[in-house]
Structure formats: C-alpha cells, structure tokens
Write a protein that binds this ligand. Structure first.
Ligand SMILES: [Fe+2]
Length: 354
C-alpha cells in the first residue's frame, strides 16, 4: 500500500508491502497531523490559508512554495481573473473563504479596497517596496510590475513608422494593423491608464478609433503569435509574453521586435500586481505573513528566479538582466489606487470593443 500526503510544500510518499503495518502507520500519520505536530509536512503547525489568485498560476505557485518552505504555512490557490475574483470577494462579503487576494493588475485591488474588504497591511510590509507601489489607503501592496509594450513584425513595420504614442493607434494609419486582447484584464488595465492620463472624453474617442482599427484576440499570447505570423503587423501587450517566448523557443516571437513608448506616454504604463489581506479572514496573522513574504527580499528573489520575467518591485533585488531595466521605462505618473476598472469596461462596451 502507499500513503501520499500532498501539500504546497511537496509530496510525501511512503510505501509498505505489509497491509496491517501500513494501516497502523496511516493512523499514526493522521493522528500526528491532527495534533498539529511537525511530522505533517514542512515543520509547521499545519495551518493552511486560502489565496484567491488572479496572477499567473505558475508564478504564484513558485512564490507560494517558497513561502511555505520558509514558514510552514500551506497555501491553497483558487484561480480566476482579476475582475472575476474581485467581484466574487465583494459578493461573498464576510463569508468569503479568501484570506489573501493577489491580482495581475491594480484595478481589481481598488475595486475590493473601495468595497471595504481589505485589512490594513502591516507597516513593515508597506516599507519593503518603493512608495509608488503602495496605494494611498495602505490596504494592499504592489509586488510585481509589468510594462506595456508595442510589438511589431519587423518585416511589416519599419522603424520610422513606429507610433510615438499609444494614442496614435486610433488614427487612420493603423486601420486593420493593430491587435489587442480587448477582453483581458491586462489590456483593460492599459485602457485604465489612458483614462487616468487623458480623461474620459479623449479615452472614449481613442476607443472608438481602436474599434475601427483593431483586430481582437483572445489573449496576449494569441496576439503575439498573430504578429509573428504576419497576420497583423502590430499589437499592444505586456512585455513578459515576448521575453518568455524568447527565453523558451522563440517560435512565437522570432519575427517580432519591441517598442517601448517611454516619455510618460500612457502607452508606457507600468501595471502593478497587488496583494492584500481580506478583512473577513480569520487567519489575519498568517495572511499578513504571506503578503509580507511576497514583498520581502526572499519573495522578490523567488519572483525573479521563477522565469516569469515580470519585474520585481523591491529596490533590493535585481531584476532579470534580460529585461529592459524598469528604471529606463519612463512611465506616466499614475496613482495605482485610482485606476477605474468598472469605468473602463463601461467605456469599452460603449465603443463596441466588449
Ligand atoms: Fe498576463
């Protein structure tokens, strides 16, 4: 027979050819776990917290495993998209099983924050990252960053034809020539930056232009593949999709170059992934420890080493040298806690992009 105990800290396997001895040991293992002793797993008291995870699953698996290794606290991941899980948390209210919420982009954090569903974060946690990754409420914290990037097929777009602003993509020169993953939370965060920088009128006009010009893709990877294949000459995505493909086979990006808008254009938007502790959690201390870990040197190093190729936000941990340095991106100055996800959805629906 075999006994297998699987947790986020790893898999423990034990085999015995003898049925009765095996059964006795199963009982012993179970009793030990129930008693909260160390034989259960990673040297902890057997606590498990629940993470509503809207970030990429592979990245969070790596970060959470490093957390469990350090603290012994296990983490159960429940997966969903930014707006989906944010709305779920608000709907579940006090009965939400979530202890911690992690997103790809900050508009979903703001939605939960405005509904009053977050606890205050420990000050020491907020102090682990530069100020621009801390919202004014102090109720959540940024732990990863991702840059907007214009990608183009180098056989179809000449360097002197590159747009100087993301706003240019609404003009007639780009009709049928640009791809976007309109339904994705990533692209919607970029639209929220346009809204924050340019205001509602200009954003509505820009979206109407995109509706005329853009080809719509299911997600960023589909847009990258389409540009690589020459199906559409250009697209707007986040940087790590291109860098990840380059680091693997390059098969979906070998004909594709990157153009960073820079000069504080809304197209140079750097989106922030957030983490927060839910007010309804009955494991506040453990939940605070997870968010503290994500922003700690060890957590940030796990992010960099994960191969996700997102940017670390801590000044203390150098980002992967393959990336264009975060300090050179020259993004627009945006308060990450003001980005308005629901308004973006409304404007995109009105423009016919959703
Ligand atoms: Fe993404």
């Amino acid at each position: 027979m075999s006994v297998q105990v699987e947790g986020s800290g790893g898999v423990f396997s034990w085999r015995s050819p003898m049925g009765s001895l095996g059964r006795t040991l199963v009982v012993l293992v179970t009793a030990t776990c129930l008693a909260g002793l160390s034989a259960c797993g990673s040297g902890d008291d057997g606590k498990t917290i629940t993470l509503y995870n809207a970030q990429h699953q592979d990245l969070m698996r790596v970060m959470v495993d490093a957390f469990t290794k350090q603290t012994g606290i296990k983490v159960e991941l429940r997966r969903g998209g930014d707006p989906e899980l944010a709305n779920q948390i608000v709907q579940e209210g006090d009965s939400s099983p979530a202890d911690v919420f992690v997103t790809e982009n900050s508009p979903a954090m703001t939605l939960v924050d405005r509904a009053g569903r977050f606890s205050k974060l420990d000050r020491a946690t907020l102090g682990q990252v530069p100020d621009q990754y801390v919202p004014s409420t102090g109720n959540w914290v940024g732990f990863a960053a991702r840059s907007t990037v214009f990608i183009y097929n180098r056989g179809q777009v000449a360097k002197n034809e590159l747009p100087t602003s993301i706003m240019d993509l609404a003009g007639p020169a780009w009709k049928g020539k640009v791809g976007v993953a309109a339904a994705g939370a990533d692209f919607q965060a970029i639209v929220s930056a346009v809204l924050a920088v340019k205001g509602e009128g200009a954003t509505a006009e820009w979206l109407a232009g995109l509706k005329r010009n853009a080809k719509i893709y299911d997600n960023n990877i589909a847009a990258l593949r389409a540009v690589n294949a020459g199906e559409v000459p250009a697209a707007v995505i986040y940087h790590y999709y291109w860098y990840q493909d380059q680091a693997e086979s390059g098969k979906d990006s070998r004909n594709v170059d990157l153009h960073f808008f820079g000069h504080r254009d809304p197209g140079a938007f750097v989106s922030v992934s957030g983490a927060g502790v839910l007010a309804a959690s009955d494991q506040q201390a453990e939940a605070q420890r997870l968010v503290a870990f994500l922003t700690s040197d060890a957590g940030q190093k796990a992010l960099v080493d994960s191969g996700a190729l997102e940017y670390a936000v801590s000044d203390a941990v150098p980002t992967n040298p393959a990336l264009k340095p975060l300090s050179t991106l020259d993004p627009p100055d945006i308060d990450i806690s003001t980005l308005n996800g629901p308004k973006v959805v409304e404007l995109m629906q009105r423009a016919g992009l959703l």
